[in-house]
Ligand binder design. Structure first.
Ligand SMILES: *Cc1c(COP(=O)(O)O)cnc(C)c1O
Length: 428
């Protein structure tokens, strides 16, 4: 008799986006004339840039000719892409990452969910609160946590790192002698949902903590292209010692609009290793040696993944061309113009806003002490604007609201205008 993986049943179910969709649908049914503007979308809206389209077309043509057809590619990705990433994402920033340490994938969501597999189930996980849900949920599924506590709004056995107004959304590094010490620490900067970043100094403190305590940092750099300020690292490897404690996840989704195309990468430096005593399956003998995470991830990739599509990797390569760089930077600038508009105008109208400087997200404090959902309901009904309740990303997201800059400029400015009007009328 088979048994299901009961760890899945520990998950409280993320009703966030389905609840939003239901509420919006119900409102639209009652008010068919209402013109709703959505500032809740977490997806890009601009089409792929010409350099990427050109590369896709030419790769498709190659696939149609016997001389240039490609079947299975290297599991870890084609060298033409890994070399470009090693050079432009790392070497040009003064960091050394070997192309062999870059594993091409179909996106950062898969990597952030899969990476936990190469760690023992008895590791203690730390996540930010509020947080992108994938990091924790995949660890719950793997049985690396206790039960969900409704009272705590969190799982037993997990270290939550509150990101609050008080700490500037930069979570405090645990004390070295804290009773519960995290082994696997997830950090995303620029962050979704708060739109805030860790400075080089703040990230360095995490790297130092991890090296001192033998922890590993899973660093999600999906929004690196949105960084505008100088003291914010674009990769964790800008921090000293990160090669011995950090895995980095990269994505083509937000910097180049690949959300539908699918491409990402996971960086696992050879310097990440742990001494392990185990029975060698070849000799049957007990051995003690340093095991590299790189070799485990290579094994995992080789066994469970057959590589990202050739045509998509060619498209990814085009992002690194001169044209591709210029065109994708224009797209990011378009979204960041929206972000600046939202941030500046809402702030001028008396809203308290964070983020939006190095990220396409604005983290708005709900006015009048409204809960995240109360604010959502009122904004929907009274301004016809949709955003995302902060409490949906974790208990410390309560009394916050996420607005995204991924819409059109026209819709963005109109929505901000409505919010400002709403605030005046509501007298909050
Ligand atoms: C959008 C996003 C990603 C990107 O995921 P892909 O699978 O590459 O599309 C990764 N991390 C965070 C926090 C995100 O918001």
């Amino acid at each position: 008799m088979y048994r299901v993986n009961e760890n899945y049943l520990k998950l409280p179910g993320s009703y966030l986006f389905s609840t939003i969709a239901k509420k919006v649908a119900a409102y639209c049914e009652e008010h068919p004339e209402a013109k709703i503007i959505r500032l809740g979308i977490g997806d890009v809206t601009l089409p792929l840039c010409p350099a990427v389209i050109k590369a896709l077309h030419s790769a498709v043509d190659e696939m149609g000719k016997a001389e240039t057809f490609r079947g299975y590619g290297p599991e870890n990705g084609y060298a033409f892409l890994r070399d470009k990433m090693a050079k432009m994402d790392y070497e040009d920033r003064g960091c050394h990452i070997d192309p062999d340490e870059i594993f091409i994938s179909d996106g950062a969501k898969s990597d952030s969910g899969n990476i936990q597999e190469i760690f023992g189930t008895d590791n203690c996980v730390a996540v930010c609160d509020p947080v992108y849900p994938v990091y924790l949920d995949t660890n719950v599924m793997a049985g690396r946590t206790g039960e969900y506590s409704r009272e705590k709004e969190g799982f037993d056995g997990v270290v939550y790192l509150p990101c609050t107004e008080e700490n500037g959304f930069s979570p405090a590094v645990p004390a070295d002698d804290a009773p519960v010490k995290p082994d696997i620490i997830y950090i995303c900067s620029p962050n979704n949902p708060t739109g805030t970043v860790l400075t080089k100094e703040q990230l360095q403190a995490w790297v130092d903590y991890a090296n001192r305590n033998g922890a590993v940092i899973i660093y999600d750099a999906a929004y690196a292209a949105y960084i505008t300020e100088p003291d914010v690292p674009h990769t964790i490897y800008e921090c000293e010692g990160a090669r011995t404690c950090a895995v980095e996840l990269r994505s083509f989704s937000k910097n180049a609009g690949f959300t539908g195309l699918r491409l990402g990468a996971c960086v696992v430096p050879h310097d990440l290793k742990r001494e392990v005593t185990y029975i060698d399956p070849q000799t049957g003998e007990k051995v003690t040696r340093n095991v590299e995470l790189h070799s485990l991830w290579t094994r995992r990739h080789g066994t469970k993944f057959n590589g990202a599509p050739y045509i998509v990797q060619r498209a990814g390569e085009a992002v690194y061309s001169e044209e591709g760089q210029r065109e994708t930077k224009e797209q990011v600038a378009y979204y960041m113009r929206n972000a600046a508009y939202i941030r500046e105008n809402l702030a001028a109208a008396g809203f308290t806003v964070y983020g939006g400087v190095n990220a396409p997200y604005i983290w708005l404090k709900t006015p009048g002490d409204l809960t995240s959902w109360e604010f959502f309901d009122r904004l929907l009904a009274e301004a016809n604007v949709v955003g995302t309740p902060g409490s949906g990303f974790g208990p410390h997201g309560e009394h916050f609201f996420r607005l995204t800059a991924f819409g059109t400029y026209e819709n963005t400015t109109a929505a901000v205008g409505r919010m400002i009007e709403w605030k005046k009328k509501a007298g909050i």
